[in-house]
Each structure stands twice: as C-alpha cells, then as structure tokens.
Design a protein around this ligand. Structure first.
Ligand code: GDP
Ligand code: ZN
Length: 458
C-alpha cells in the first residue's frame, strides 16, 4: 500500500524486521544546528516537515553481522550513494576505507528520513565481492547545510576576493549572516590577494576586525597563503561558500590537487581504487540551477583531503536565502551586537523580544558601520515572516479542500492556489533541501491519491 506522510508511524512500526531497530522520527528537534528543518512538531508553520535524521548512535562493530557495515556517504549520484566503510564485522575489518555502491532502502524515503552526503549510515545486505549494499538507516546528524545538501559539516569557508570582484560590504554581510545562522564554525577567506597591494589587505583586515572577524588572505593563482587554511581543514568536513567569481571552484580544485595523502592514510586506498569516481565529479560541471523541475537533485561528493578531512566538491549558497534567520535571531548573527549585549551584562534591553531599533531601554546603540545592513535585513526578514505566516500559518476554511481517500476517509489538503503561491515564494529559496523534500512528499501524495482513485474505481 502506498504510504502517506501521516502513516509514517505505521511505516516505522514495520521496522523491527531490521536487525537494528529504528526509532520513530523524533517529535522534537534533536539537532540544534538544523533549525530550518526542525520546527517543533505541533507549532510548525509547515506541518509536513519532520525532523529528518534518527537520533541513533552507530552500533559497536562487534555487533555488526557480516552482512552489515557502517560508513560515511561520500557521494551521491542519481539513485546511488557511495559509502566509505568505517566499520565492519569482526574478520571483515580489512574492508575499512573501501567503499560500497548503495541504494537507499525505500522505507527510509517513505518515512522521510533523507540520506545526505556526509551522513553516517548503516548499510545492510552487503555484497562484499560486488561491493554493493543498501542504506538501512542514518545515524544522528551533527549539522546540516541545505545548499549544497551536506550533513555533518564541521566548517564553512566563506570565500570572497579582494578584486574581480571587489568585496561588497552588503553582500559580505549577507554571507556572514547566513554562515552565522548555520551554527557551523566558519572562516572568512579573501582570495586573489596578488591583485591588490599590502595597504588594501591591511584595510580589509582592519575593517573586518571592527566587524568582529579575523580573515585569511590567499591567492589561489599564486598558490600562496594556503597553509593556514589547510591546517584548519585537517580532519574536518568543509563546505566552501561565497558569491560567484571569487574563486570557489578554483580553491576546491587547488585544495584537491594540493593534497599530500600519506600511504598509511586509509583514504589513500580509496583514492587508488576509486580515483575514477572522485575524478568524475568535476567542479564546474555541477548544475547550479537545481531547484527547478521536480527531480533535479544536486550531486555532491566529499573529496578526501589530507589529515582525514573532506571537502565538498560543490560550492554552497551562492545566494544566501537567510531562511534560517528570524527577526529574533538576526541580532545574534552580528558579532557587534553580541559584543554590545555582553558588555552590558547583567543589564539587558528593557523588552525581552527587543529587536534593537534603538527603542527606549535598548542597550544596542546605532553607532557602528553595519547597523544600516542590520536594519535592512531585519525589514526583509519581517516581510518574509509575514508572507510565511500568511502562506503556511493561517488555516482559513477557504485555504483547504478535502479529498476522499481510501475507505472514505476525508483528508484535508491546501488548495492549489495556495500551492502556486508557495511556489512563487519558494523561487527565492534557491536550491534548498526544502524543495526536494516537498517534491518528494508531493510525489508520495500524488501516488497515494492516484492509487486511491484507482482503488475507488474498482
Ligand atoms: P567561483 O565562481 O567562485 O567558483 O569562481 P571560479 O573558481 O570559477 O573563478 C572565477 C575566476 O577567478 C576564474 O577566472 C579564475 O581563474 C579566477 N581566479 C581564481 N582564483 C584566482 C586568484 O587567486 N587570482 C586571480 N587573479 N584570479 C583568480
Ligand atoms: Zn535592544
């Protein structure tokens, strides 16, 4: 029987068949770093969005049967995922560091537990000779980036260039706010250092310092200034973000080719065996236009870098959506405001929900460079929140129509007009996972209604 999202519980109930029991999707957000997808269950403005990853820790290797393994999803392409094995049953340890070509168990899709590159997963039905398997579950996620869709990201590199194009304070602020809003540590890097003089570099260093940042400067062309960055990336999963033209793809390529991976490194084996796979995902050939059409998915690979880390081969948020930022949380994404609030402790703004517009009793003053950007973004977010409330929040009778499903059960669904409206507003939400999730759910529902129709005709 096809499954509606509302029957996810029933789907999950069928799970004890798996060797490792899977919990139901949690009712509360287990991941403070993924606010976008983890709105509380009851008050969610969009009730169809559920938390995505199970709060399940990986099992100890000795509990794995020979047909199972755990590993890291290093790449996705079409319906396949490459999983690098990190643990296998006793006697099969030599498979660590090699990889398996996997499909995702259909049930995971049906209960909307999405598998992302960067996820640690449980693989079952492993055929060690053919190097194939099936992803049966996803382990707890530390963090999640929506664009590109990568889980367990440890660090973002926010990349700008000093010239061609020059840094634009408003754009820079937008990227910084977006990066801050992920909760993932990030480093700000300026590329194309060879195009400017020392004074320009000092100017930007001082200016950024007054904003609360300590940027790195390098030149991909000259291969200079890399060491500090490479040190930072060691052992981490990193995503490079920034506007177009600043050299993101060039940086990714340079870091990829710069790697000095020792022969003892388990990843060395993988690179030898699978150089083709990792070479295939060429930077620049990835479509930057996904989000259009129903089944466009962005293909992402994690490229192994020296020291055990990974670098996403696809750069991220070319256009920061600020979707995770709320009226209230915006202030926290400005180091200047954080500093002022801290300096005033223990006294606070008079009103708990102060958005720092210089009202009576507000401890945030307006005499800092980026205050106008703060105000601009606050306005933008207010407008977005109003639209969101109108689109998802109000449940007027006219917004809803009813369909009769299997056995005459009435199901409410939003009117098509509403959906159209949502699509328009979603255009702004470039390449977010949200689109993909919704499309998947839409498909699921379409199938459901189609089947229900067939059923009632019989
Ligand atoms: P992306 O859009 O951010 O991925 O940027 P690309 O990697 O495509 O680079 C945009 C342009 O900047 C290309 O023409 C690169 O050759 C050039 N570029 C990248 N790094 C440097 C650098 O360090 N110095 C100079 N002068 N040009 C660079
Ligand atoms: Zn205030």
């Amino acid at each position: 029987m096809p499954l509606l999202p509302s029957t996810a519980a029933a789907a999950a109930a069928a799970l004890p068949r798996l060797r490792l029991r899977l919990p139901l999707p949690p009712r509360h957000c287990p991941h403070p770093l993924t606010p976008l997808r983890c709105a509380p269950h009851h008050s969610s403005p969009h009730p169809r969005l559920l938390p995505l990853a199970a709060a399940l820790p990986p099992p100890p290797p000795e509990e794995l049967p020979p047909s199972q393994a755990t590993g890291l999803v290093a790449a996705s392409q079409a319906n396949f995922m490459r999983v690098i094995v990190d643990a296998a049953a006793p006697g099969l340890e030599h498979h660590r560091g090699s990889d398996l070509l996997c499909v995702v168990r259909a049930l995971l899709k049906k209960i909307r537990r999405r598998v992302l590159v960067g996820d640690r997963v449980l693989v079952g039905a492993v055929d060690w000779a053919d190097r194939r398997g099936m992803i049966e579950d996803v382990f707890e996620r530390r963090s999640e980036v929506a664009d590109p869709p990568v889980a367990n990201v440890d660090r973002l590199v926010v990349l700008f260039s000093l010239d061609q194009p020059r840094p634009e304070p408003a754009t820079l602020t937008r990227f910084l706010v977006e990066a801050e809003s992920t909760g993932i540590p990030f480093v700000l890097v300026f590329n194309k250092a060879e195009l400017v003089d020392e004074q320009t570099i000092t100017y930007w260093r001082d200016r950024l310092k007054s904003w609360g940042y300590d940027p790195l400067f390098l030149s991909v062309d000259q291969q200079s200034g890399f060491s500090a960055l490479e040190e930072m990336l060691e052992g981490q999963t990193t995503v490079v973000v920034g506007p177009s033209g600043v050299g993101k793809s060039s940086l990714i390529n340079a870091l990829r080719h710069n790697q000095n991976i020792s022969e003892e490194d388990p990843i060395h084996k993988l690179l030898e065996q699978n150089s083709k796979w990792f070479g295939e995902q060429r930077v620049g050939t990835v479509s930057k236009k996904s989000g259009k059409g129903k089944h466009t998915t962005r293909h992402v690979s994690l490229l192994p870098v020296a020291g055990g880390g990974f670098l996403a081969d696809t750069p991220g948020f070319n256009q920061p959506s600020l979707l995770k930022v709320t009226k209230q949380s915006l202030a926290e994404t400005f180091p200047e405001i954080r500093k002022m609030l801290k300096a005033n402790e223990p006294s606070k703004c008079l009103f708990n929900d102060c958005v720092h517009l210089g009202e009576h009793g507000c401890v945030v003053k307006g005499d800092w460079e980026r205050y106008p950007y703060y105000l601009q973004m606050l306005d933008e977010i207010k407008i977005r929140e109003t639209i969101q409330l109108r689109t998802f929040g109000t449940k007027r009778e006219g917004d809803v129509r009813y369909k009769t499903g299997i056995m005459g059960v009435k199901q409410a669904e939003p009117r098509l007009e509403l959906k159209k409206h949502r699509r328009v507003s979603r255009k702004k939400i470039n390449q977010s996972i949200l689109d993909e999730i919704e499309d998947d759910i839409d498909d699921l529902e379409d199938d459901y209604w189609f089947d229900a129709k067939q059923h009632s005709r019989r």
